[in-house]
Design a protein around this ligand. Sequence first.
Ligand code: ZN
Ligand code: ZN
Length: 116
Amino acid sequence: MAAGNYMRMWGVEPVMLCNQHLLGEHVEMHMFAGCLRKGMSLKGYYRNKLVCARSIKKRHDELAAEMIARGMKHKSPLEELVLPGDYEYGEIDIEVNIRELSRRCPDCRKQLDSTL
Ligand SMILES: [Zn+2]
Ligand SMILES: [Zn+2]
């Protein structure tokens, strides 16, 4: 995670991410899961549409599958998260994320621009 950037679930097709963003988002899914297990609030992330707590496990598994497809090692399975029924989950805006990633990262931009 680059200094000054918040953790973020990009949510775009994993195949579109450059290696750096693929690995980065994968680590951040583990960090989000760790926060939730410790009972920390992700409200600030929800407010900025940076994560959907309900999707963390699914997203982690998609990213891990893409890592393996690229010949990377993945040795950090993520256990299912159990959240209370009335839990606020948050949501992400994939259109915004595609634009933001494309703006930030020339390597991601190459793949993402075709989807804009
Ligand atoms: Zn993992
Ligand atoms: Zn990138």
